[in-house]
Design a protein around this ligand. Sequence first.
Ligand code: MYA
Ligand code: FAD
Length: 627
Amino acid sequence: MEGVDHLADERKKAEFNVEAMKIVWAGSQHNLEVSNRISKLVADDPAFRKDDRTMLPRKELFKNTLRKAAYAWKRINELRLSEEEASKLRFYVDETAYTDLHWGMFIPAIKGQGTDEQQRKWLPLAYKMQIIGCYAQTELGHGSNVQGLETTATFDPHTDEFVIHSPTLTSSKWWPGGLGKVSTHAVTYARLIIDGKDHGVHGFIVQLRSLEDHRPLPGITVGDIGMKFGNGAYNTMDNGVLRFDHVRIPRNQMLMKVSQVTREGKYKQSDVPRQLVYGTMVYVRQRIVADASCYLSRAVCIATRYSAVRRQFGSQNGGPETQVIDYKTQQSRLFPLLASAYAFRFVGEWLEWLYTDVMQRLQANDFSTLPEAHACTAGLKSLTTSVTADGIEECRKLCGGHGYLCTSGLPELFAVYVPACTYEGDNIVLLLQVARFLMKTVSQIGTGKQPVGTIAYMGRIEHLMQCRCNVQRGFAELSADLVEAAVAHCQLIVVSKFIEKLQQDIPGEGVKQQLEALCGIYYLSLLHKHQGDFLATSYLTPKQSALANDQLRALYSKVRPNAIALVDAFNYSDHFLSSILGRYDGNVYPKLYEAAWKDPLNESVVPDGYHEYVRPLLKQQLHTARL
Ligand SMILES: CCCCCCCCCCCCCC(=O)SCCNC(=O)CCNC(=O)[C@H](O)C(C)(C)COP(=O)(O)OP(=O)(O)OC[C@H]1O[C@@H](n2cnc3c(N)ncnc32)[C@H](O)[C@@H]1OP(=O)(O)O
Ligand SMILES: Cc1cc2nc3c(=O)[nH]c(=O)nc-3n(C[C@H](O)[C@H](O)[C@H](O)COP(=O)(O)OP(=O)(O)OC[C@H]3O[C@@H](n4cnc5c(N)ncnc54)[C@H](O)[C@@H]3O)c2cc1C
């Protein structure tokens, strides 16, 4: 029935102020107000329709993305939206596009690695979208190993130019989003060669396409790398391939904040660490952590609402069957994910703070916290994206068969999200960076240096103080175990940031109590999952482990009546969720039934191909039957 809220009874059970929780989730009253306004703007505009996305062929899908991106830009200008509002609008449009890389990586790369003069020249053009840029780092042969990139930028002192060249097939740029069909420019990473000497990888602004007719400039070969996983999903993006054949660019298009090349061809290093060339990756990893809570909460919202609608077994005396959300097994799979969504939200907020703090310190030539920032962004990016990708798939399973339908929203959500485990640093490669950082810390504790910040706890572990550890010795051999240690370290950060959040003043009736329950579920479910490790190392006794498990089950019961309200607090519109199973009103079955009939296969009663391929079979069977 239209207009009836099938989840109304569930909402009445809530023991906390949902509106106050919405503010906690949004980060502030102001953020909530902006989110409400912009999400409504997008949801009410038919130009931002996306329910047909999984059915469109690639070319149509891509053209549609271009149309939406252009229309979004038009609305941003017409409504004079602020940068904050514009980025919210792109978020609610919810379609991966070349603009993500333009705003998310091209501009930050110029800001972070360009000199003031370079910023003055390029940023105004980029802000007005008079040029469109991408981030061209990865090559066919190397992604993780950035030092192994092969593209060259050779300085020509006669013309005061760099010659950008792809010397091998494996040096072809491969993967950059927005490169395939749209970008006019790329921040391109290449080995700097001066007078035959290799100075390692640096960033260069290279124009790729004509601003008049969009054709590739001389010496440039560029195109799309082809269809990717899933329908719709990341196929709205033109991930590209790019080759340079001795392409010349002026010397001042090398990004020169970290190191410079003079007119005479002298290489000069600024007084800043070389690793700042990797700065854009640190920035984006931090953004990806903040995004993880959005993706996970979407999947959890769908699975929670549907679990309250869906009933299987347990009818007593002809009464209704049991809501599947009331099964303890369902709760033990769903509620830790609900808790993770909140946990990632808070650790994302903290990481944003850490990143801002590091940036301020860098301005003041204080580089001391850079290694910690690298370890935190790399490790938390890895942890949150892995849990989120697995969590979306778990939510699909929690929705049974209907979760497998595209109209559940979950298949596309998974397909669009899962590459986050690979891009911006493969998750294992990033955890190895964290492990290196931890081993380095251990070796320094041995020399009496007290660790601070997120590694302060290591200074309180007695046996680490006795350690004499060399970072390289045995590292490769023990790397699988070290990755586990890196994950545990990152989990500790997530838990401690959740606890710190609870120490703040949190207004709203019952809000803090719900967050305390979720925090408990987060760490107790981890403890339960890894109880073997805790028991093996005697950090827990079997009795304590059993008590922790009892407590976990008690918390599931505490959260159960609040579950729907806790996902309502994410404040997602039906347009944004794009899921029949996750509808706010829970009106699932009639809408699933209606949607099935809208599938293009149902446009005709007898399908195309019947007369060629089915009818002859049936005829043959008739003939055989007659025999
Ligand atoms: C609006 C916002 C939207 C945002 C979303 C936008 C859309 C997003 C869509 C996504 C689209 C996807 C877009 C894309 O995918 S863009 C492509 C992303 N690519 C990668 O992420 C590549 C991953 N690989 C690497 O980062 C490096 O090569 C690693 C780190 C693996 C090795 O490195 P390297 O080969 O050099 O070897 P080393 O290990 O000896 O390290 C040497 C030293 O450097 C330190 N170190 C290393 N790295 C960093 C760092 N980053 N900051 C500070 N320091 C760093 C390190 O600790 C060590 O220090 P020390 O021990 O010597 O003291
Ligand atoms: C959707 C998508 C969008 C992307 N967008 C961009 C973009 O805009 N710009 C850009 O420049 N790039 C982009 N990339 C590329 C991306 O950053 C790389 O694919 C990523 O960094 C992983 O590198 P790789 O492909 O070389 O993986 P590989 O390193 O080849 O990984 C293969 C396997 O080897 C393992 N491995 C690698 N090194 C080690 C090691 N040292 N120890 C142990 N195991 C190891 C990995 O764990 C993995 O299992 C994108 C990729 C995708 C999928």
